[in-house]
Design a protein around this ligand. Structure first.
Ligand SMILES: C[S@@+](CC[C@H](N)C(=O)[O-])C[C@H]1O[C@@H](n2cnc3c(N)ncnc32)[C@H](O)[C@@H]1O
Length: 206
């Protein structure tokens, strides 16, 4: 479990005051899924140093990873300038659509926790661009009810297939509470998926 110091908490609250939408990065499901990812990086890829987070949003995951792996060099990539510039105060950044990103140095790990926000073509383009011999971690979910989710998955197997998880180091499911089901007056239970793959030269698909 991560420990946050006063400075980090004050910084996040300042972000929420300046960018009210940032509060959405602090739903329990958001924090728990990011914490889950940080634990996996620490357990499975502790020597990952150069890390790129695609769809980095307000950089909360970047902040959390930096606490977990203080020596890591993290770059945030997002097409939305407002959240990206907030994260840019503390992390390297690149502004633009992730499918046009050009790798100019070796990276150890790329992360994409926004796979449900991308079309299959966008995902494939992003994936094909990952340099060979690079670890990648992706997350997605089965939350079809959210209008921005255009590529949710029914289960972990489908998630791994759609996201082309080759050489799978680890994959699992985390259940979380979704929006209140007003018809049955009960919480909805949703699933978040995560997998670590290793991209090799044999994985290309056009
Ligand atoms: C709503 S947020 C994060 C949601 C995600 N479920 C998570 O927990 O990380 C999605 C972010 O991905 C960014 N994004 C989506 N598609 C992108 C793309 N093609 N290139 C760059 N950023 C993208 C959006 O601008 C946004 O900041």
């Amino acid at each position: 479990m991560l420990q946050y110091d006063n400075e980090q908490i004050i910084d996040w609250m300042e972000g929420v005051r300046k960018h009210p939408d940032m509060v959405n990065a602090f739903w329990p499901s958001q924090i728990n899924s990011k914490n889950w990812l940080c634990d996996w990086v620490k357990s499975y890829l502790p020597s990952a140093n150069r890390i790129i987070i695609f769809g980095s949003w307000y950089g909360v995951l970047a902040d959390m990873l930096k606490i977990k792996l203080p020596k890591s060099q993290i770059m945030c990539v997002d097409k939305d300038k407002e959240p990206l510039l907030w994260s840019a105060r503390k992390h390297a950044y690149w502004h633009g659509d992730m499918i046009t990103f050009e790798y100019d140095t070796r990276v150890d790990l790329v992360i994409n926790t926004s796979t449900e926000h991308m079309t299959q073509w966008e995902y494939d383009t992003w994936y094909n661009n990952i340099p060979e011999n690079t670890y990648f971690i992706v997350q997605g979910n089965n939350h079809y009810g959210e209008k921005d989710h255009i590529r949710s998955c029914r289960n972990l197997d489908e998630f791994k297939e759609l996201n082309r998880i080759q050489n799978c180091l680890h994959g699992d499911v985390l259940e979380y509470e979704g929006p209140w089901d007003k018809i049955n007056n009960e919480p909805t239970v949703l699933q978040r998926y995560m997998a670590i793959g290793f991209k090799t030269q044999h994985d290309r698909k056009d």
